[in-house]
Ligand binder design. Structure first.
Ligand SMILES: [Zn+2]
Ligand SMILES: [Zn+2]
Length: 425
């Protein structure tokens, strides 16, 4: 399992391009006698094992994708893809859980089913490329779990779990509970008019200056953000002009608005979109704002969290599992949050990495905890949920109150997908 994780780290693939990684997982699941449905949401896959009696289905998730971090010691020299978020440990966990649950001594005591789901593209990057895929009809939503929810991959799954690595806190500990930020994504094109930057700059409309005014306006908003809302507004300019001796005619900004729930994100996005328009207005440029539905806030199921925590402590000693309050928010976002809006889930962290998440130095230091302990705890939790005629899984379902159905989720996210055009005159 550790060798597989390290092999994936050595061959990082960004979201919706994880074909090698996905094929490795498919082969591993097939070797355990499972039928694998491949190519879901481009590179995702799913395999289900049915146990004795009809009952709930527990989903076990492994994320496949890397992000792009030039300068990371394991970055692909051509694509800059690097596993700077530790997702390479998750396919290995997934196969470990599948192996544990294929043992007849275990399987004979369980009811219901387990679904092994490898999900693409958790890192919300490459926005332009993903929007092109959407135009081409390959994608509806821009992340793996979002798209799998839309496609109905989770329709026969009742609850789900995964383990993510972290470099925060005491090494070897697991943290269970807490939430994450919701977000919305903007792709903003400032459109001006090219002109000779030396000969006749007055004939141009400078799109880069429009973007600069927009950034300044955006920064003036920050004093209006409440600390308790964990708002983050951040972005990058992905294209700032072509020829430095011409007035830039088009500038592209990709950014994100995060906050502790979707309502706060939507309200903050209104302010941010106003700032993009302000840049266009000041320069007499145009702006095209494409809003893309980002993630929803994560809700961790307390019953599943208790079972998982007890298993971590049983494996690695009392006190290994640390519980976090439901409102504890790291500020980041995950599409496991989207799934948590429609079914009970857990998204615990294992402190097995060193360095800065998404940074050049993020490396898994403790592969045993990241892969073996994590997979063992996941497998034991599936057993706890599905043993004794799936009694614990039935309790989870009885007590959980997911805020929305899949249909409500899809329509709420579709409503966030829109293009706004504004002419500054
Ligand atoms: Zn991650
Ligand atoms: Zn990440």
């Amino acid at each position: 399992m550790i060798a597989l994780a390290q092999d994936i780290a050595a061959h990082p693939e960004p979201g919706f391009e994880e074909s090698r990684t996905s094929a490795k997982v498919a082969k591993g699941l097939e070797a355990l006698g499972l039928d694998v449905v491949r190519g879901i949401a481009v590179t995702g896959l799913k395999a289900t094992r049915q146990f004795g009696r009809i009952g709930p289905t527990v989903g076990v998730i492994g994320e496949l994708d890397a992000l792009r971090v030039p300068g990371h010691s394991l970055a692909d020299p051509d694509t800059s893809a690097a596993h700077a978020c530790g997702h390479h440990t998750q396919p290995a966990q997934l196969l470990g859980v599948a192996a544990a649950l294929s043992s007849p001594e275990v399987a004979d005591h369980l009811g219901g089913s387990v679904a092994f789901i490898a999900t693409p593209a958790e890192e919300f990057i490459d926005l332009g490329r993903r929007l092109e895929r959407r135009e081409a009809g390959e994608l509806g939503f821009m992340s793996g779990k979002q798209e799998m929810i839309r496609l109905g991959t989770f329709d026969d799954v009742d609850m789900a779990m995964m383990v993510h690595t972290s470099s925060e806190g005491e090494p070897g500990k697991f943290s269970i509970g807490g939430t994450s930020n919701a977000h919305v994504v903007h792709m903003v094109k400032f459109k001006g008019k090219a002109a000779h930057a030396g000969g006749a700059p007055w004939d141009g409309v400078n799109a880069l200056q429009a973007a600069n005014v927009a950034m300044l306006a955006l920064n003036t908003q920050r004093e209006t953000f409440r600390n308790s809302d964990t708002i983050r507004v951040h972005g990058i300019i992905t294209s700032a002009g072509i020829s430095m001796n011409a007035v830039p005619a088009e500038v592209v900004y990709e950014g994100r608005v995060r906050g502790r729930n979707s309502e706060i994100v939507d309200a903050t996005a209104v302010k941010v979109e106003r700032c993009f328009k302000a840049g266009a207005l000041a320069l007499g440029a145009e702006v095209e704002i494409t809003s893309v539905p980002g993630y929803m806030a994560l809700v961790n199921d307390p019953v599943m969290g208790d079972l998982f925590a007890a298993n971590v402590d049983a494996l690695s000693g009392p006190g290994t599992a640390l519980r976090r309050g439901a409102a504890a928010n790291r500020g980041g976002s995950t599409d496991m949050g989207d799934l948590s809006q429609i079914m009970p889930v857990i998204h615990p962290y294992v402190n097995a990495a060193t360095g800065t998440a998404h940074g050049v130095d993020y490396l898994i230091e403790d592969y045993y905890s990241a892969v073996v302990t994590s997979a063992s705890a996941l497998a034991m939790t599936v057993i706890d949920l599905l043993a004794a005629d799936a009694a614990n899984a039935k309790t989870v379902l009885k007590e959980a109150k997911p805020p929305m159905t899949r249909v409500q989720y899809v329509s709420a996210q579709r409503a966030r997908m829109r293009v706004t055009r504004y002419k500054g005159r």
